[in-house]
Structures are given as structure tokens and as C-alpha cells.
Design a protein around this ligand. Structure first.
Ligand SMILES: Cc1cc2nc3c(=O)[nH]c(=O)nc-3n(C[C@H](O)[C@H](O)[C@H](O)COP(=O)(O)O)c2cc1C
Length: 176
């Protein structure tokens, strides 16, 4: 069996990108990344996650300020990325956190496969527990009990991807 294929190589070579160009990727690339998120496996196929795709600069900058405030910094937590794909998941599903995380993972790999950079940016939970986050959901007609899982910052990497760190030893236990 050939254990060196493109998919496995893609998984090994994806890195979190922390410096983005302001250029907007083509809509079809953004949609392909979103599509990969929608195809993620989910507990009992409940498809609990939803994705808010933010490309509007004013809204993107506003969310950046909310996130920075939660983190207690003045800088842009999205590192200049022009696209933010926010994953939230329906808390009514027992596997919603896992489902949302897998959606994030699929999107980051899809981005890499298309030559785009991505980075999981945290604090979506706090963002959508706050009044402004709830108001944003309401403005989109999103009702129900959704928890913020993560943001996928997306765009063209500005500069080389960081070097990969070796995998920590001793994380695999084998039986048989
Ligand atoms: C749950 C989770 C939360 C993360 N939150 C952030 C974040 O807020 N900001 C950030 O720069 N990177 C964040 N990251 C990216 C990690 O720091 C990154 O995946 C890790 O350093 C390994 O690097 P790699 O993705 O290049 O392999 C997060 C990753 C995960 C899985």
C-alpha cells in the first residue's frame, strides 16, 4: 500500500498561518472551503454546525475588535485575514463541540489544498455569549441555542508558512 499520498502529505504540511495578504480569494475557493466544512462527519449525522462566512471588511473588523477585547489585546487576532469563517454548533446535539471542531479541521485542510492559508482563531464561544454576538446572529435570522466553536481565518499567506514542529513522542499506545 502506498502510504505517501496527496491527502496524507496535505495533512502533514498544513500550518497555521499568522500573516495574511489583504487580497480576497476567489469566491469559488471560499465556497469550496465552506463546502469541505459542510461535508465533515457529525454525530448521528446531526450536522449541528453552521458557518457564517464574513468577507465584509467592516463586519470582519468589528468581529476582530470583539475578539481582541476578549483576549485583552489591541492587535488583530485574525492576522489580517480578509475572510473569517465562523463555526457555531447547535448545543442541542450531544456531539456539537466535536462536530464543530471537525468542521474547522476540514476547512483548514481544504484551504491548504487550494493554496490558501488558514488559522483556527479561538474565543468564538465568548463572542457569541456576548450581547453583540447574539445581535449578529439575530440580524442573520439565526435562532436557537448555538455555541461559537471557532473562527477559520482564511486568505493568502503573506510570506512562507512556518516550519513544522516535530510530533511529540510517546503519544501512541498500541495493543496487539
Ligand atoms: C482549538 C484551537 C484553538 C486555537 N486558537 C488559536 C488562536 O486563537 N490564535 C492562534 O494564533 N492560533 C490558534 N490556534 C492554532 C494553534 O496554535 C496551532 O494549531 C498550533 O500551534 C500548531 O500549529 P500548526 O497548526 O501550524 O500545526 C488554535 C488551534 C486550535 C486547535
Amino acid at each position: 500500500m502506498n502510504t505517501k499520498n496527496d491527502t496524507l502529505t496535505l495533512m502533514e504540511t498544513r500550518r497555521s498561518i499568522r500573516c495574511f495578504k489583504p487580497d480576497m480569494p476567489p469566491q469559488e475557493a471560499i465556497d469550496a472551503v465552506i463546502g469541505a466544512g459542510l461535508w465533515a462527519a457529525s454525530g448521528r449525522n446531526g450536522q449541528a454546525p453552521i458557518i457564517i462566512a464574513v468577507t465584509d471588511k467592516a463586519v470582519r473588523d468589528q468581529i476582530s475588535r470583539w475578539n481582541a477585547k476578549i483576549m485583552g489585546v489591541d492587535s488583530d487576532p485574525f492576522y489580517g485575514a480578509p475572510v473569517i469563517l465562523i463555526v457555531l454548533a447547535d448545543k442541542g446535539r450531544p456531539t456539537y463541540v466535536y462536530d464543530g471542531s471537525l468542521t474547522m479541521g476540514n476547512m483548514m485542510l481544504a484551504a491548504h489544498s487550494l493554496g490558501l492559508g488558514s488559522c483556527w482563531i479561538h474565543r468564538a464561544k465568548e463572542e457569541f455569549e456576548a450581547e453583540e454576538g447574539k445581535a449578529l446572529l439575530k440580524s442573520l435570522g439565526i435562532e436557537g441555542d448555538y455555541e461559537g466553536i471557532g473562527h477559520c481565518a482564511l486568505g493568502y499567506a503573506d510570506g512562507d508558512a512556518p516550519a513544522s514542529l516535530p510530533r511529540r513522542e510517546g503519544r501512541v499506545y498500541r495493543i496487539g
